[in-house]
Design a binder for this molecule. Structure first.
Ligand code: IMP
Ligand code: MG
Length: 173
């Protein structure tokens, strides 16, 4: 993969994530059970770095993997659960950690699905928000960065499952 341009460098990412973590710490101070749901694979680094800044002794991390049928650039709206949670989220505070919200199709599905399991609360935290491309009415509760309509890679985000290990968020021109 040649000529990757930096959109958000590592320092900027980590500074913003620390602030998000502090905000989430405040908001969930009274939570007795907080389940942080890492959406695989894209959110792996974001979840890892963010949860280090969420000071809460009742926090558990769980994983979910969903796939949207479609090509590698655009999701189609049809979503399938590939790996479900291990945890029963009934009456628990649930925070979904997503790498990027684009059309909103994935999270629209996921939010409805998790809501049927009757959590105490359900919120969404996304590192990146491509707001201009939204097709579904999905508003994240926490946003790292709003970005323009560019296909981004790195810091967990992939192109054909590659480039996830780049430590910054970049794009190819
Ligand atoms: P949505 O369902 O259209 O909101 O898309 C969400 C999913 O599409 C994300 O979780 C990513 O896996 C993928 N995606 C959307 N935009 C990008 C991008 O710019 N780079 C890499 N993956 C993306
Ligand atoms: Mg992806």
């Amino acid at each position: 993969m040649e000529d990757i341009k930096v959109l958000i460098d590592e320092e900027k990412l980590l500074n913003r994530i620390k602030i998000l973590g502090e905000q989430i710490t405040k908001d969930y101070k009274k939570s007795k059970e907080l389940i942080v749901v890492c959406i695989l694979k894209g959110s792996l680094y974001f979840t890892a770095d963010l949860t280090k800044h969420i000071k809460n002794n009742n926090l558990k991390i769980d994983f979910m993997k969903v796939s949207s049928y479609g090509d590698e650039f655009i999701s189609s709206g049809k979503v399938k659960i590939i790996k479900d949670l291990d945890t029963d989220i009934k009456n628990k505070d649930v925070l979904i950690i997503e790498d990027i919200i684009d059309t909103g199709n994935t999270l629209y599905y996921l939010k409805n699905e998790l809501n049927t399991r009757n959590p105490k609360s359900l919120k969404i935290c996304t590192l990146l928000d491509k707001k201009s491309r939204r097709q579904k009415d999905i508003t994240p509760d926490y946003i790292g960065f709003e970005i323009e309509d560019k296909f981004v890679i790195g810091y967990g985000l992939d192109y054909k499952d590659l480039c996830r290990n780049i430590p910054y968020v970049g794009y190819i021109e």
